[in-house]
Write a protein that binds this ligand. Structure first.
Ligand code: PLP
Length: 360
């Protein structure tokens, strides 16, 4: 079997034991004689699976009772619109921290819906290489932040304080990679495709207190309360993706939970950041040190020519998916939950050798 070291930004690597379980159960899910993809989302088997996933997730991420867990489609991009539609409304006020392209897309949707957007901080002046000071004000329906900035490789090391409102967090690229302190949170959403599963399902954890705030004309299928009332089965949900998400949740449990996942992710990222710090003239990090992401490590080499050469040398060692996003350039190593220590070790060895043999 030829499996590469997969550093893709998303869809991203899945744990091998999860893929093996999918393979083993694909034709006959737990003696039902059919694939999980072939059965009704309203049948006993799928509903049982869904309850089990919810219980496990609630325990794994220590989600307090006041929250519902919903499964939706349309990715985080759809949430950019669903959040203001459900939690705020035309003429009302919400705060947004701008830490990059994804925050900007969220702000764009709030503007489209007539929300008064309060500028709660921005890192735009330095191409989003740092995490800005977060300001807040009174009367906000929520304060929106992007906890990990996939493109730039920056991450909130600690969640900001939202003042007298609650945080709404786009956790698309760090959900389930570290423990979550729910005390100031109103809602969290994340596409599964980085740390938690395949693309096609969005996990939404929302405080029930928000239901009923949407305007009367909000279509039924766009309301969080509809998903909550129907246990995410109002329309046919992405059943296969939810099943795989459940397998990833169980895999994280087996790794020792979120504390342990966090420790492992810190160790993996350190392997790579340490080489950058050994050769600071050769590897220039995009993120300032105190904003470094444990999930996406972004760096440049002295020239585009050398970056091209590095990518080729990486491929020869089966290190894939390392090309940076066009708005930052250079390289990006996405070291999500399922990217193993060995992959990070192999990359760090190449980085050291490459710097030494190219004048670093
Ligand atoms: C932080 C963040 N938010 C939102 C998105 C958009 O997600 P989707 O493509 O699932 O809509 C991404 C995608 O990479 C992301 O990294």
């Amino acid at each position: 079997m030829r499996r590469v070291y997969n550093f893709s930004p998303g869809p991203a690597a899945l744990p091998l034991p999860v893929l093996e379980t999918i393979r083993d159960e694909l034709l006959d899910y737990q003696n039902t004689g059919m694939s999980i993809m072939e059965m009704s989302h309203r049948g006993k088997v799928f509903e049982g699976l869904l309850d089990d996933i919810n219980q496990r997730l609630r325990k794994l991420a220590s989600i307090p009772d006041r929250f519902d867990i919903l499964y939706m489609t349309g990715g985080a991009s759809a949430q950019f619109a669903f959040v203001p539609m459900n939690l705020s409304g035309k003429g009302r006020k919400a705060g947004y921290v701008n830490t990059g392209v994804w925050s900007e897309k969220a702000i764009e949707q709030a503007n489209l819906l007539g929300i008064q957007v309060f500028d709660a901080g921005s890192s735009k002046d330095k191409n989003h290489s740092y995490i800005p000071e977060v300001k807040t004000t009174s009367g906000l329906d929520y304060l929106h932040v992007t906890s990990n900035n996939t493109i730039y490789g920056t991450q909130f090391q600690k969640l900001p304080s939202p003042g007298d409102t609650k945080l709404v967090i786009d956790m698309s690229s760090d959900f389930l990679s570290r423990p979550i302190d729910w005390s100031n949170i109103g809602m969290v959403y994340a596409g599964a495709q980085k740390n938690a599963g395949p693309s096609g399902v969005t996990i939404v954890v929302v405080d029930r207190e928000y239901y009923g705030r949407e305007s009367a004309e909000t279509p039924t299928v766009f309301r969080y309360s509809t998903y909550a009332k129907n246990n995410s089965l109002y329309n046919t949900p992405p059943t296969f993706q939810m099943y795989v998400f459940g397998l990833v949740v169980s895999w994280i449990e087996k790794q020792g939970g979120l504390e342990e996942m966090h420790r492992y992710n810190q160790h993996k990222a350190e392997l790579i950041y340490n080489v950058m710090d050994e050769f600071p003239k050769f590897y220039t990090g995009h993120a300032v040190k105190n904003a470094r992401s444990l999930m996406n490590i972004t760096f440049r080499l002295p020239s585009e020519d050398l970056e091209g050469k590095f990518l080729k040398a990486a491929e020869e060692r089966k290190l894939m998916g390392l090309k940076g996003h066009r708005s930052v350039g250079g390289l990006r190593a996405s070291t999500y939950n399922a990217v193993g220590e060995e992959a990070c070790q192999v990359l760090s060895v190449l980085m050291r050798e490459f710097a030494r043999s190219n004048g670093g």
